[in-house]
Design a binder for this molecule. Structure first.
Ligand code: 5GP
Length: 354
């Protein structure tokens, strides 16, 4: 008989953070907000390496996780998971010209035989790379765990991000198999159709709360991957206990995103697509067919110019949230978070807020 878990699981859209009395002091509210420290430092469980930065991460999608994006995000101390389709030569050239930025990026890999070989080649070419992102649609397979162990064995001091999963027991298994940061999220992505195609998924806020608890119990970390549609969602992911928050759609459509600007009826757009969409399959023919179990969407997103404005908007939202709940640092945000369940997020009488 099928089992039904009757506990309610929540998404970002189901909650708001409750404001809290604060002892944060400054002559003006603006000053208080600006003083909020968004940098975090972590010591990773398995690699024993240290991280310091603002833990907002560009997704390893080929429209978002570009070298250009890494350069712009690094200026704000943000992190980029570079997509897996750059050649070893392109990596070498990037590293030669941007040695500081390399410490703020991850090289991504799938779990095929060729993927392992290419990963080894890139790390040999760029030994200063400190992070590896192992990304599969379904992080529950034995094959994935075996691949993770192999990568951990080969690179004992690299920090490994691995996923995607949404439940505590698999978070624990991946950490024990050698991962440092677990990617959490199945189905919440803006161009993902897993829930529609496979009927599988887990509301992202609850997934983050449960997976963070499991990871932190073992001294591991998590990245909330997918589902953030606005700075407030990024706040909620951190409030729920995410150590890092990964963004795809919110960083799409910028100058740093790959692809040409499309002009239509006097408006500008850029193409954005899931890594298992037909667009991605065609572009990387043969290379991504097995990457994602289900298809992703292809959409035209409004052209947004330089990513800096979006980054400042996100960081502004995070700082503001911290002051509302009395957190002087991002580190304190989850400790000071009480979520309230709501039936409405915004007042849309004059249209949806932009
Ligand atoms: P977003 O920030 O756009 O909501 O979500 C980004 C995340 O969506 C990515 O980091 C990745 O985990 C997921 N994703 C990207 N492409 C696809 C796809 O084609 N199919 C599925 N199921 N997920 C995708």
């Amino acid at each position: 008989m099928p089992r039904i878990d009757n506990d309610v699981k929540l998404d970002f859209k189901d909650v708001l953070l409750r404001p809290k009395r604060s002892t944060l002091k400054s002559r003006s509210e603006v000053h208080t907000t600006l003083r909020v420290d968004l940098k975090r430092s972590f010591m990773f469980r398995n690699s024993q390496q240290k991280y310091e930065g603002i833990p907002v991460v560009a997704a390893n999608m080929d429209t978002v996780g570009t070298f250009q994006m890494a350069k712009s995000l690094a200026k704000h101390c943000l992190f980029t998971c570079i997509h897996k389709h750059y050649s070893t030569e392109a990596w070498r050239e990037f590293a030669d010209n941007n040695p500081d930025i390399v410490s703020n990026v991850a090289v991504s890999s799938g779990i095929g035989q060729n993927d392992f070989q290419k990963l080894c080649e890139i790390i040999t070419a760029v030994p200063s790379l400190r992070y590896i992102c192992l990304d599969v649609a379904n992080g529950y397979s034995e094959l994935f765990v075996e691949f993770l162990k192999k990568v951990r064995h080969q690179f004992p001091d690299k920090t490994i991000m691995a996923g995607n999963v949404v439940t505590g027991e698999m978070v624990e298994e991946l950490i024990l198999a050698g991962a440092d940061i677990i990617k959490v999220g199945i189905g919440p992505g803006s161009v993902c159709t897993t829930r529609k195609k496979a009927g599988v998924g887990y509301p992202q806020l609850s997934a983050v709360i449960e997976c963070a608890d499991a990871a932190h119990g073992l001294g591991g970390h998590i990245v909330s991957d997918g589902g953030c549609t606005c700075p407030g969602d990024v706040v909620k992911a951190f409030g729920a206990g995410a150590d890092f928050v990964m963004l795809g759609g919110m960083l799409s459509g910028h100058d740093e995103s790959d692809g040409e600007v499309i002009q239509k009826n006097g408006k500008k757009f850029k193409l954005f697509y899931g890594m298992s969409s037909a667009t991605a399959m065609n572009k990387h023919a043969g290379g991504v067919a097995d990457y994602r179990a289900s298809e992703g969407k292809t959409v035209e997103v409004p052209y947004k110019g330089e990513v800096t404005d979006t980054v400042l908007d996100i960081l502004g939202g995070l700082r503001s949230a911290c002051t509302y709940v009395g957190a002087g640092k991002l580190k304190e945000l989850s400790r000071r978070t009480t979520f309230i369940r709501v039936t409405q997020q915004t007042n849309n009488i004059f249209g949806m807020p932009t």
